[in-house]
Write a protein that binds this ligand. Structure first.
Ligand SMILES: O=C(O)c1cc(=O)[nH]c(=O)n1[C@@H]1O[C@H](COP(=O)(O)O)[C@@H](O)[C@H]1O
Length: 266
């Protein structure tokens, strides 16, 4: 999906909501466990319940890979089920020497045709470049993450700036705002405005709203740009609001509430 298509969807839904499909067999309602593919049954119900509010779905591959072959099959079925006008993210956090990154890019752009994949930039330009060679596909590079451990390296000085600032500026120079996005954690409230000033045109994937303590209002106020410019991910705060037969209705209600908070920024 290209930027114009993503923008059009954001403006028509007045939403920057990305629903995170972090589907954990130990957390899904018991009545689904008798299904042939409980993970897909759960995801299908969540997608049906949230597709009018969501402009993106993020499949966190860890939850699927942990199930072995069955998990990869559930992931593929889920990807195929997502409506084609909704932006898809393989949250796989890949990145390796060039020829290996090429295989990761083939995996998540070709074999499983996602629109984007999350990428760790620690190995540098040749580890990220292979993800930038596919038309209308995106690398979503870790910039300033939402976890406490982001202070260990990302917030440390590097010359006269901080490490994450160097990462954002350097990685941005390897591609364009049409093929690179950055992960910026919603929990890093003090840095949001400064990050947007540093990169006025890039899209940010912003996780950390809900369970991790970030909020929609702060993120939208400080980071939205002329194209929307953000995808705010909520995983547990939507998919696990209820753990009984009402789970999809409750997920719908949560998605509607998040979309309502976002709509005032359009
Ligand atoms: O790359 C990510 O998506 C990510 C980066 C980050 O800094 N923090 C973060 O929480 N995530 C992911 O975003 C999701 C957040 O989930 P919830 O806290 O349940 O909404 C999980 O899939 C995390 O793996």
């Amino acid at each position: 999906m290209n930027r114009a298509q993503l923008k059009a969807n954001i403006f028509s839904k007045k939403s920057v909501l990305c629903v995170g499909l972090d589907t954990d067999l130990t957390k899904i309602p018991a009545h689904l466990l008798k299904e042939e593919d409980p993970v897909f049954a759960f995801n299908k119900a969540i997608i049906d319940a949230t597709k009018d509010q969501a402009v993106s779905y993020k499949i966190n591959t860890a939850f699927y890979e942990a199930q072995g072959l069955k998990g990869w099959i559930s992931m593929e079925k889920t990807l195929n089920y997502i409506p084609k006008d909704i932006f898809t993210i393989a949250d796989a956090k890949r990145g390796d020497i060039g020829n290996t990154s090429e295989q990761y890019a083939r995996t998540f752009f070709h074999t499983y045709p996602f629109d984007s994949v999350t990428v760790a930039p620690y190995m540098g330009s040749d580890s990220v470049q292979p993800f930038l060679k596919f038309e209308d596909k995106w690398a979503i590079v870790l910039g300033l993450t939402s976890n406490a451990g982001s202070a260990d390296f990302q917030l440390q000085p590097s010359g006269d700036e901080l490490m994450y600032q160097k990462v954002l500026k350097t990685v941005a120079s390897w591609g364009t705002p049409e093929n690179i996005m950055f992960v910026i954690g919603a929990t890093r409230k003090e840095q949001l405005q400064e990050v947007r000033a540093l990169l006025p045109h890039h899209f940010f994937l912003v996780p950390g709203v809900g369970t991790q303590g970030g909020d929609v209002d702060t993120v939208c106020r400080n980071t939205m740009n002329e194209d929307g410019g953000v995808l705010i991910n909520v995983s547990r705060g939507i998919i696990y609001v209820a753990n009984d037969e009402s789970f999809a209705d409750k997920a719908h209600d949560a998605a509607v509430q998040y979309q309502k908070e976002m709509s005032v920024f359009f």
